[in-house]
Ligand binder design. Structure first.
Ligand code: ADP
Length: 259
């Protein structure tokens, strides 16, 4: 019998990274980047070598949320050096495109850029690379999920029905490409008034936990809406770094410990 045709071998992306985790959401604005940055800082706090790849090319918030700016340096081998802050190496399109310029790219260009942010970046050996995925379940997301050797995905959702509906689509996408769901996180889970302690479930409550139970995935926890979380992100120092003593920082650390 004829020998089987040789399979075209694609070079393994990121061979020196032990564990690649996607942080994904069905829609934008649910707090995916806030979760990704806080998880990355919390993982670094465990003594792990951590990278954060901001794959949200149309709305890169990695540099601002991690307190980084400017152009990355380039090595003699012509690789980009990921800037480091809060113990995390960061790469983002945001370092390469000026803030006030829009990225207007078709799918293949997005994929090319994402591939470069893996191949042409001097990540070095990492224990874990957190990938802040673009929101949604389009072409770029699907290709990312297929091309990147993901160990698993963390899904962020608010408790709101519409957000959960979109989160379900995200989960289905990862299932399609056989990427395990490492867990669900409910963000903006509730609001506790700092003045009187009264609790309000602004976007409802408990939907993500229920969804996790339904699909048999771990529930990693819930994060309240807190002004301090937003302020910390805006100021370039995720709350886990800015206020490690806060209860919400503890919640992020608990989630990171479950990964
Ligand atoms: P996404 O990545 O899903 O688009 P972001 O992480 O950029 O969402 O969050 C959207 C906005 O909501 C940001 O201004 C962020 O600071 C804020 N935010 C996210 N999570 C919380 C939270 N738990 N409490 C308060 N503000 C939050």
């Amino acid at each position: 019998p004829a020998a089987p045709a040789a399979q075209p071998q694609r070079p393994t992306l990121l061979p020196d990274v032990k564990f690649i985790v996607a942080v994904a959401s069905g829609k934008g604005g649910v707090g995916k980047s806030t979760v990704a940055t806080n998880l990355a800082v919390a993982l670094a706090g465990q003594g792990l070598k951590v990278g954060l790849l901001d794959a949200d090319v149309f709305g890169p918030s990695g540099p601002r949320m991690m307190g980084l700016a400017g152009r990355p340096e380039i090595t003699a081998e012509r690789k980009l050096v990921p800037p480091v802050n809060h113990g995390v190496k960061v790469m983002s399109i945001g370092f390469l495109v000026p803030d006030n310029e829009a990225v207007v790219w078709r799918g293949p260009m997005v994929m090319g850029a994402l591939e470069q942010m893996m191949k042409d970046v001097a990540w070095g050996a990492l224990d874990i690379l957190v990938v802040d995925m673009p929101p949604g379940t389009g072409d770029a997301q699907l290709t990312m999920a297929q091309r990147v050797p993901l160990a698993g995905a963390v899904i962020v959702s608010t408790p709101q029905d519409v957000a959960l509906l979109d989160a379900r689509k995200g989960i289905a996408m990862f299932k399609k490409v056989a990427v395990p769901i490492l867990g669900l996180i409910e963000n903006m889970s509730y609001f506790s008034c700092p003045a009187c302690g009264h609790r309000t479930d602004i976007f409802a409550h408990g939907g993500a936990r229920h969804e996790a139970e339904t699909i048999g995935a771990p529930f990693l926890g819930e994060i309240p809406i807190e002004t301090a979380v937003r302020v910390a992100g805006d100021s370039g120092s995720p709350i886990v770094a800015a206020n490690p003593e806060s209860s919400v920082a503890g919640l992020y650390r608990d989630m990171a410990a479950k990964l």
